[in-house]
Ligand binder design. Structure first.
Ligand code: ITT
Length: 197
């Protein structure tokens, strides 16, 4: 299946290629002409509502174009701490651009609980039907940045299912085997392939 991923985040596209590629699907960015997608994101409503809003916007963007009827994928994700309720949560991207990772770590030093999780809500639609799945990856936040790979919070997140390294220290393929995004996208793939759908 050819999947068009409506996202401005190249790392998400690479992860989706790793995950869906293994399942026999291809992933291409939408739009294909190099334009940046700029979604209106109602972040205060949470990941689920943002993902729903993104799929509506993406479907209306391709309405009447050659892409109408293709499988369109959107995803909204965020980082959640156990100590600070819903923070940074749906505002993960803006917290990172305002505070930076050092500012995030400074805020985390106020907490005696370094547990947290990455969450993703992914939706795929062919314009007629819509499938949605969530993925969660639990872990702890390190006290310092470790590693150069990945993006966003990866240098400070040590997933529980890993080997004690941060996501930024791991090979991308290892991250793609159990990340929040991997779980959401694998569930989507099963849902789409399910005969009852
Ligand atoms: P699109 O909305 O265009 O898909 P985006 O990067 O703005 O791309 P989100 O709105 O979903 O994506 O914001 C998610 C933010 O959460 C992201 O910018 C990171 O700061 C953080 N995040 C999500 N998944 C992550 C991951 O796998 N590794 C590190 N940080 C992640």
């Amino acid at each position: 299946m050819r999947i068009l991923f409506a996202t401005s985040n190249q790392y998400k596209i690479q992860e989706a290629r790793d995950i869906f590629g293994e399942l026999g699907h291809t992933v291409e960015p939408l739009p294909l002409d190099g334009l940046i997608i700029n979604f209106e994101e109602p972040k205060h409503l949470g990941l689920d509502s943002v993902a729903e809003s993104k799929i509506d916007q993406a479907l209306s963007l391709i309405s009447g174009t050659e892409f109408e009827g293709s499988y369109i994928l959107v995803e909204d994700s965020g980082v959640f701490t156990s100590f600070f309720k819903d923070w940074p949560g749906a505002s993960s991207a803006s917290v990172l651009s305002n505070l930076g990772l050092d500012g995030f770590l400074e805020k985390m030093s106020e907490s005696n609980n370094r547990e947290g999780e990455y969450r993703a809500v992914a939706i795929i639609s062919d314009g007629q039907k819509k499938w949605k799945a969530i993925g969660i990856c639990k872990g702890i936040f390190s006290k310092e940045r470790l590693g150069e790979g990945g993006f966003g919070y990866d240098p400070v997140f040590i997933p529980s299912e890993g080997d004690g390294r941060t996501f930024a220290q791991m090979e991308p393929s290892l991250k793609s085997s159990f990340s929040h995004r991997a779980k959401a996208l694998k569930s989507l793939s099963f849902l789409i392939d399910s005969p009852s759908k």
